[in-house]
Design a protein around this ligand. Structure first.
Ligand SMILES: [Zn+2]
Ligand SMILES: [Zn+2]
Length: 191
């Protein structure tokens, strides 16, 4: 296959799947990962695709986003960049979730030591931050139309405190949020 043909196939594949791993492309097209990297380089430069963890993806409307799937791994809702929550495993695979609610519950299911990192986005600034050290606000009155009980994530506790002054909610650490979700999820939300 000519490089040009291969690039057309790659383009078609990523458009079809929204995102695809370099290793998968290399297998599908029977060339080395190095070659795939070379093939996709112009696409990345043109902004046609974005690089993700080990692959490429069609950029979503929000450019800054580094999601590599289009639906939550837990509940299959479409991913909302502002709420998204990401788990990175030691074996390099990643899982993305619609919101901290799903992400934290999934975290709880993983085996001790499997997880390399859990990342979430600060609800106000969009900064990516470590989930373990973030501050969470549960059940605020600002309804983001995602999973209930609703969990929002903040990089700084002071921001979470300001937020609850306007929108109520309960300020929690990671562990408190996890306990709360384990006790409350699956139930219809009530006060
Ligand atoms: Zn979800
Ligand atoms: Zn959700």
């Amino acid at each position: 296959m000519l490089p040009f043909e291969r690039q057309q196939r790659i383009k078609a594949l990523v458009q079809k799947h929204n995102s695809i791993k370099i290793s998968e492309l290399s297998k599908l097209l029977g060339v080395s990962e190095m070659t795939i990297h070379r093939d996709v380089k112009p696409f990345v430069e043109e902004g046609l695709v974005i690089k993700t963890f080990g692959g490429i993806a069609i950029p979503s409307q929000e450019k800054s986003l580094s999601l590599d799937t289009s639906a939550c791994e837990m509940c299959h809702r479409p991913l909302d960049s502002r709420l998204s929550y990401k788990l990175i495993f030691h074996d390099q695979h990643t899982e993305t979730f619609c919101c901290p609610h799903c992400g934290i519950l999934r975290c709880h299911q993983t085996q001790e030591g499997d997880l390399l990192e859990a990342l979430c986005r600060d609800f106000l600034t969009g900064t990516i931050t470590s989930a373990a050290h973030a501050t969470y606000v549960i059940d605020s009155t600002l309804d983001m139309q995602c999973c209930k009980p609703q969990v929002l994530c903040f990089e700084f506790q002071s921001h979470a405190e300001k937020f609850v002054r306007g929108f109520d909610g309960k300020i929690c650490t990671y562990m408190q949020t996890k306990d709360y979700l384990l006790n409350h999820s699956g139930n219809t939300p009530s006060l």
